[in-house]
Each structure stands twice: as C-alpha cells, then as structure tokens.
Design a protein around this ligand. Sequence first.
Ligand SMILES: [Fe+2]
Length: 242
Amino acid sequence: MLNNCHLNLIKLYKNSKKLLFLKIIKLKGKGYSMLTYLLDEEISKRSLLKHPFYQSWREGKLTLEALRGYAKEYFQLVKTIPRIVERIIEFSPLSKEKMLLHLKEEKEHIELWLRFAEALGISRKELLNYDGLDEIKETLNRLYHLSLNFYDATALMYSLEAELPKISKIKADSLERFYGMKEKEIKYFRIHEVVDIRHAELWRRILNNSPLKERDLLLKVCKNSLKAQNQILDVIMKTYMR
Ligand SMILES: [Fe+2]
C-alpha cells in the first residue's frame, strides 16, 4: 500500500522528468540534444573550475613555481589537441573544411603557449625539449586513446573545449590582475575565450546527430576525459605546489 511519502516521491519524479523533458525541448531550439545536454551536465559536474589548482589560480594564489610547472606540463596537452583533431579528420565521413580550419588554429596555439611560457621565464628551447612528467605522459596517452573512432574523438574534443572559454577568461583575468602579465603574453587564453565557443559548437552539432546506439559510450568517453583532465591538475599540484 502506498503512503503519502511514496505518493510525494512519485509526484516529484514525474515533475522532474517533465521538467527535464521541457528543458530538452527548449535546448533543442538552441542546438542541443539529449546527449549534449547530458555531456554538459557531466562537464559541469566534473568542472575543472572546482579543482583546487584552478581555484588558487582564480584567486591569484599560485606561486610562480606552480605556474611554471603548469606551463611545462599543460604544454603536453596543448601539443596533443591537434593530434586529436587529426583523428577526427581522418575518421570523418562529413565535410572536413571546418575541421581543417580548427586544426590550423590548434597548431597556431602552440606558438601562443610558447610566448606565455616565455613570459614566465621558460625558454622556447627548454619547453620544446621537455616532454612531461611520466604521470602526465601516461594520462595523456590514455586521453588520446579515448579517440577510437569519429564520434569518440568528437566527444573527446567536446569534453576538452566546451568549458574552455569560461576557464580561459578566469585564467587570463587573474594573470593580468595578480601577475601583471600583458595582453600579448596571455593571448593564448584570450583567444580561447572566443574561438572554443565556435569549436565546441561544431562538435556539438556532430554529436547531436550521432547514432543512438553510440551515446552511452560517448558519455563514457566524456567522463573518462574529464577524469584525466582533473588528474593532470592533481599531478601538477602534487609536483609543483609542495
Ligand atoms: Fe580549440
């Protein structure tokens, strides 16, 4: 026999389902599907902005040693991004024109990262000859190998770029305000405030049309990617914030 508590729970469940349904209908008009809605939920749940390393960055509490360590280790990810976009292009059954533009932009971002690192006192030569801590290499290897096919690689790029405009703005503002860095030194971040809105939009459109049977796997790729991205920050923190 159902008591009041059970009935309230059923009502709550029905209402939340109805709300979710209405939310998705509304989002559909803005270019989302159930999958990209769930991916965004996951990205927000495991948001890098909640990580203590990025919280310290936002508050201007990172030492220069920590920022230098970050510049060296994260550079390994900056170099991996064009390789993932190359995977998408290689597997793509769709027109590759926009993807090729993204690839060109991602390759250009490497130069901007070198300038950011230079402003922190790391020479180009040092950075170009550095290939990361073992733990970073292992994590990036795992991340890269999440891109087994066209849709996996696209979900991976989406999980890397969807939140980046917001994160980049916070980083750039803090570098300017607390560390006195100039616009040309933080251009990498300023560019990502804008360009990754367009990049993520393309991946979102592709994912909206992904085969239904793939969608659980794509959600899993996103979760694993976010775990790996958080682990990269864990390793940087453990190594450079002692
Ligand atoms: Fe991008």
